[in-house]
Design a protein around this ligand. Structure first.
Ligand SMILES: Cc1ncc(COP(=O)(O)O)c(C=O)c1O
Length: 419
């Protein structure tokens, strides 16, 4: 007789998504380019996988700061000065680079204060339950990132009521908040930019509805941080003119190329999070070397080098979008440096990803459940340090692919792809 743990694991493996992924892997092991091992990283966004060097179009380090000498040196300096980890929860103490990185994030954005969690996932899982109690409600966009949903679930388990409103629809938000009445305050949680579609939320209209219901905006701008808005500050300040009645969440792991997720806003709100948010009280912080590196990355972002990096990135995105459209492909996104090409079925999408990989280009094959059934996409993350010739090479490979696998033309795109 096997142990209960073995029996549980066995039954989990036979159900739901685990079964779905297992079957995909078993049916087509050579097509399933997931869980790859990257054996080495080279210059100009190359990686070695299975002994072959390919161009990597799968990195969120949009500005290429992960290989910037000043950022790399800052991690090494951080290790020399602070060791690998300070080994305590922030309830007891924080190293000076933590305070410095938080002050730098706040000064960059123009908020009163900021607090850094080890990831955006933990920020959402920590902040939403800390903000919404049994007297309050959370209304989130139906396409908001999974980590907002997880944070809302935790808040719900602790007594808050939660609901979703139709994507980017202030009138539906109003309807949902009316049906949730009575409550004390409402957290209106949205993404700052929906990374798959490139859609921006109508923040000013959502804010007006939120205010009319004693609510405030909670904007997860993970994909906007560093690459959208004036000086890379993301979408919120440009849309709202400031941060009144708003908390903004951002990523330090994507364009900033370090580690962590922040929540920024008024000092009073940040102070309350520090006292109520469980991952800050019961979990460990970002290791000091990465906090030192956040400051170095922000030095670059606030220097004259930034407009050059951003111009290179934007030019690369334009080159890929224009080239893919000229090939007659259905291109989704392109506002953030994530450009998706619609393929369709799961099998065709995995085959298409393998085809590009064999041609020397790694892009992510995104299939259900990240997108609806039958709406698989090839998702290319464009970086500032992709040489333009690499974009042209990817386009040539896409052109070859379109001859092998029928790819839907734009008119055929009747499928809504969520972020
Ligand atoms: C909107 C949004 N929130 C949260 C996350 C998760 O961020 P992290 O990897 O820091 O947990 C992502 C990652 O893609 C994201 O796009």
């Amino acid at each position: 007789m096997s142990d209960p743990l073995d029996r549980l694991v066995g039954s989990l493996a036979r159900t739901g998504l685990t079964r779905f992924f297992r079957r995909m892997l078993d049916d087509a092991p050579d097509l399933f380019l997931k869980d790859l091992t990257v054996e080495a990283v080279g210059p100009d966004r190359t990686i070695r996988v299975g002994g072959r060097w390919v161009r990597n179009f799968g990195s969120d380090s949009f500005l290429g700061l992960d290989q910037h000498p000043a950022v790399v040196e800052a991690v090494a300096r951080g290790v020399r000065d602070w060791g690998t980890h300070n080994g305590t929860s922030r309830a007891f103490s924080s190293v000076a680079p933590q305070r410095e990185a938080e002050a730098r994030v706040a000064a960059w954005l123009g908020t009163e204060d900021a607090v850094i969690y080890p990831s955006v996932t933990l920020a959402n899982a920590g902040a939403l339950p800390a903000l919404a109690t049994r007297h309050d409600v959370i209304a989130s966009d139906q396409h908001a990132h999974n980590s907002i949903e997880e944070g809302a679930r935790l808040a719900k388990a602790r007594g808050a009521r939660t609901a979703k409103f139709a994507h980017n629809d202030p009138a539906d938000l109003d309807r949902v908040l009316r049906t949730l009445r009575p409550f004390r305050h409402a957290v209106v949680a949205v993404d700052g930019v929906y990374s798959m579609s490139g859609a921006l939320p109508p923040l000013a209209a959502l804010q007006a509805v939120a205010r009319s219901h004693d609510g405030f905006l909670y904007v997860d701008d993970a994909h906007g941080t560093g690459v959208l808005g004036t000086r890379g500050r993301g979408t919120v300040r440009d849309a709202l003119g400031g941060y009144d009645n708003t908390l903004v969440v951002g990523s330090l792991s994507k364009a900033v190329s370090c580690l962590g997720g922040f929540v920024a806003g008024s000092r009073a709100a940040v102070d309350v999070l520090k006292l109520r948010s469980n991952p800050l009280l019961f979990g460990g912080p970002v290791p000091p070397p990465y906090l030192v590196a956040v400051c170095a990355a922000l030095d670059v972002i606030e220097s004259p080098e930034y407009p050059r990096l951003r111009a290179a990135l934007d030019a690369n995105v334009r080159r890929l979008v224009a080239g893919a459209e000229a090939l007659g492909l259905t291109v989704l996104g392109g506002r953030v440096p994530i450009v998706s090409v619609l393929v369709g079925g799961e099998d065709a999408t995995l085959r298409a990803g393998r085809f590009l990989f064999d041609a020397g280009y790694y892009v992510q094959s995104v299939v259900f459940p990240a997108v609806p059934h039958g709406a698989g996409v090839l998702r290319a993350q464009v970086n500032a340090n992709h040489p333009p010739a690499a974009i042209d090479g990817l386009l040539a490979a896409l052109s070859d692919l379109a001859r092998e696998v029928p790819l839907p033309a734009p008119a055929a795109d009747a499928v809504a792809v969520p972020a």
